[in-house]
Design a protein around this ligand. Structure first.
Ligand code: NAD
Length: 331
């Protein structure tokens, strides 16, 4: 760590701390920041992440991985941090149900610790929030000003409400201490390095199609979702931190193009080259009927919008899941 510290301090590069760095989005953000010539410290407790996501960068001397839980005592390299990117939190419904209290703690205590760290270092801070802050919305599409429709005691509350708390805390640090913060509300993101069994629709459908199983549709499949490819999402996150005029602001970063789940199942079957075969299961509680971002603010302030066509992103994701499945079969 000492050698690392010397190298980090020797070169005048921006230093970024990413929480949740071994996760799906965190690991792609690591790649993006290394490409921008940041020194990156990635922290993760590996509760839902995977060190494999960082295999390709782990031995670089401009990247340091710290295994640790950000809600507890944790030793970070003694550096001057310029940016704190706070992404740590279980994100899929399957994970946050299993880790419900841990999810609430990382979004409450973990967020406070990261805000304190940003304050001590006079660093810029970004909170990865979620479209689930809108709950089951009654306004479509959802602009950032919409306050949402969340069941505070339902099964999803451990995630939705703790993210809402994290947003409120972040804004209080901004108001009270003038901390340079921003919040991104991330909408459904897909791409390589998603967990294969996290229960979300993209890995579910692709893996079922690859195994020749019917695709599981919850409800009647008329509920809509929008999907943004991971590289586009990371670009939006990057711009929210680095563009002018983002201090104290909230941005929806997602894709406004909506698909019904049945349409989406049809597309996946077509891309995987299989016949569409569906089994229906009951909708989980508080599952939103419709969720779609209004991204006019991100377009205006960040000059950002998703650029990867769904079919192209899905083909890249399909290649990734095919190789993961091949690995598990040959092991
Ligand atoms: N992927 C999406 O579509 C999506 C949508 C909305 C919001 N988000 C948000 O983006 C962030 C990243 O999501 P993701 O999809 O990469 O999820 P992920 O589960 O792949 O990554 C989260 C990472 O945080 C780590 N982590 C959890 N608790 C921790 C703790 N206490 N200390 C240290 N590390 C901890 C996990 O081990 C994991 O590596 C999350 O904050 C999530 O709420 C993601």
């Amino acid at each position: 760590m000492d050698k690392m510290k010397m190298e980090f301090q020797h070169e005048k590069k921006p230093v970024s701390l990413i929480t949740g760095a071994a996760g799906f989005l965190g690991s792609h953000l690591v790649d993006r920041l290394l490409a921008e010539e940041h020194f990156v410290v990635g922290v993760d407790n590996l509760s839902t992440g995977n060190l494999k996501n960082l295999d390709h960068v782990i031995s670089r001397n401009d990247f340091l991985f710290v295994a640790g839980d950000i809600t507890g005592e944790m030793e970070l390299p003694d550096l001057k941090y310029d940016y704190v990117w706070h992404l740590a939190s279980p994100a899929s419904p399957k994970d946050y149900r299993r880790l419900s209290i841990e999810t609430m703690m990382v979004n409450a205590i973990g967020t406070k610790k990261m805000l304190d760290l940003a304050l001590a270092h006079n660093a810029k801070f970004l909170l990865a929030s979620t479209s689930e802050a809108y709950g089951d919305p009654q306004v479509h599409p959802q602009p950032e000003e919409y306050w949402g429709n969340v069941n505070p005691i339902g099964e999803r509350a451990c995630y939705d409400e703790s993210k809402r708390f994290a947003e409120a805390l972040t804004m209080e640090y901004h108001r009270r201490y003038d901390l340079d913060v921003r919040i991104v509300r991330i909408f459904n993101t897909y791409g390589p390095r998603m967990q294969i069994n996290d229960g979300r629709v993209v890995p579910n459908f692709i893996c079922q199609a690859l195994r020749g199983e019917p695709l599981t549709v919850y409800g009647d499949g008329s509920q809509t979702r929008s999907f943004v490819f991971v590289q586009d999402e990371v670009e939006g996150i990057f711009r929210a931190m680095t563009c002018h005029g983002t201090k104290g602001e909230v941005f929806n970063i997602g894709n406004p193009e909506e698909y019904s789940i049945l349409e989406f199942a049809r597309l996946i079957a077509q891309i995987c080259g299989v016949e569409l075969n569906v089994v229906y299961k009951p909708l989980p509680p508080d599952d939103p009927r419709k969720r779609c971002p209004d991204i006019s603010k991100a377009k205006r302030v960040l000059n950002w919008e998703p650029v990867t066509p769904l079919e192209k992103g899905l083909r890249i994701t399909l290649d990734y899941f095919s190789s993961v499945l091949r690995e598990t079969i040959t092991r």
